[in-house]
Design a binder for this molecule. Structure first.
Ligand SMILES: NC(=O)c1ccc[n+]([C@@H]2O[C@H](COP(=O)([O-])OP(=O)(O)OC[C@H]3O[C@@H](n4cnc5c(N)ncnc54)[C@H](O)[C@@H]3O)[C@@H](O)[C@H]2O)c1
Length: 358
């Protein structure tokens, strides 16, 4: 059996740090195990275009392993060429780089390691709120430059305490963010999700549900995006929705870059309609050198908290998603049932209701 994995190159770091399991070099720690079972394991970072290893090997692979950090985009067209493909495993959380509707049609299962990095992402989202609201990045840059002018930083620095904060999507990550924000004494925690949080969980974080995304963003000082990318969320944060935000709000998106219109966000930041934007996810990964989110700024020269996609790939998270990927593959090889919460698309149908209601 051929198992194809598309991972990112770790280069020197991966050789020096074997816990960088999600890299081409360290192969999710699965190469010896798969070889001992007699399987062919092809691991590559070459993922884009007809000459890529991905397109070359997908034609006869039975198992595809990808990560959201260096996504191998499995389109409907590629799926049609992938005659042997039975199962796609996402080493991590978020399988939007696989055409899920096409996977349903082709009876290809899609699984992810649910929960494996949700705490890692929740921590990053809270950190991003803090660094935006407290105007941290320009303050640090000032220090590196050798300057010292407190008023230039303090004129745009605030506290999280007393702010209204809302999450679009209140699943594993969205809920964990609210749990972590509670001790900061926000004025109010709000969420918008078509799934209702159970009443006891809602009262544990003292949050309130609102009926529409517009209702959420118009009330919030800080908005955070924590829903998957699917037909109903692609481009959701566009010029129109941004115009309904409270002027000067902060936006944190560690979910998926394409949920936001990249140019609309850059425009809103430049005009001051957004005071800040932070996150680690981009509509194209790796992001091109001239991507507007690399250099966009608010009118005071700050408000950009963008980093490469790494919030969910801390070393702690890598240990969890590597183990989870192996256990999904082991179940597949042994013909055992999968843990239901990991199944995004089962054979011929969606098993999750997180990617829109199907
Ligand atoms: N940056 C990273 O490294 C990283 C890591 C893990 C996950 N993620 C992203 O975060 C997403 C959420 O992860 P999770 O574990 O919390 O998933 P989850 O399935 O537990 O929760 C997602 C929630 O979003 C809700 N939702 C779906 N569509 C919505 C919409 N249109 N409006 C409002 N809510 C909607 C769902 O009902 C669900 O409650 C993932 O799909 C992935 O894209 C990013």
């Amino acid at each position: 059996m051929k198992v194809l994995a598309v991972l990112y190159n770790g280069f020197k770091a991966a050789i020096e740090e074997p816990r960088l399991l999600g890299t081409v070099e360290n192969k999710l720690g699965m190469d010896k195990w798969l070889a001992s079972r007699g399987h062919e394991f092809v691991v590559t970072s070459s993922k884009d275009g007809p000459k890529s290893d991905f397109e070359k090997h997908i034609v006869d692979a039975e198992v595809l392993i990808t990560t959201p950090f260096h996504p191998g985009y499995l389109t409907r067209e590629l799926m049609e060429k992938a005659k042997n493909l039975k199962i796609c495993i996402t080493a991590g959380v978020g399988s939007d780089h696989i055409d899920l509707n096409a996977a349903v049609d082709h009876k290809i299962q899609v699984l992810e390691v649910s929960g494996s990095n949700v705490t890692s992402v929740a921590e990053h989202a809270v950190m991003s709120m803090l660094l935006l609201v407290r105007n941290f990045v320009p303050a640090h840059e000032m220090i590196e430059r050798g300057d010292w002018q407190v008023s230039d930083i303090a004129r745009n620095a605030f506290d999280i305490e007393g702010k209204t904060i809302g999450t679009i999507g209140a699943g594993r990550i969205g809920y964990r963010i609210m749990q972590r924000l509670l001790p900061f004494n926000p004025k109010e925690l709000l969420y918008y999700d078509y799934h209702e949080i159970p009443p006891e969980a809602e009262s544990a974080v003292n949050c309130n549900r609102v009926g529409t995304v517009e209702e959420l963003v118009s009330q919030c000082d800080i908005v955070t995006v924590n829903c998957p990318l699917h037909e109903g969320t692609r481009g959701m944060i566009n010029d129109h929705l941004l115009s309904t935000f409270k002027p000067g709000a902060w936006l944190v998106n560690t979910a998926r870059g394409a949920i936001c219109d990249e140019h609309a966000v850059a425009r809103a930041l430049a005009s001051g309609q957004l005071r800040g934007y932070a996150g680690d996810v981009w509509n194209v990964q790796p992001a091109p050198k001239d991507h507007p989110w690399r250099s966009m700024k608010n009118p005071l020269g700050g408000g950009n908290g963008m980093v490469p996609h790494y919030s969910g790939t801390t070393l702690d998270a890598q240990a969890r998603y590597a183990a989870g990927t192996r256990s999904i593959l082991q179940n597949y090889l042994d013909g055992k049932p999968q843990v239901h919460q990991n199944v995004i698309v089962g054979t011929g149908k969606y098993e999750t209701t997180s990617y829109g209601i199907h």
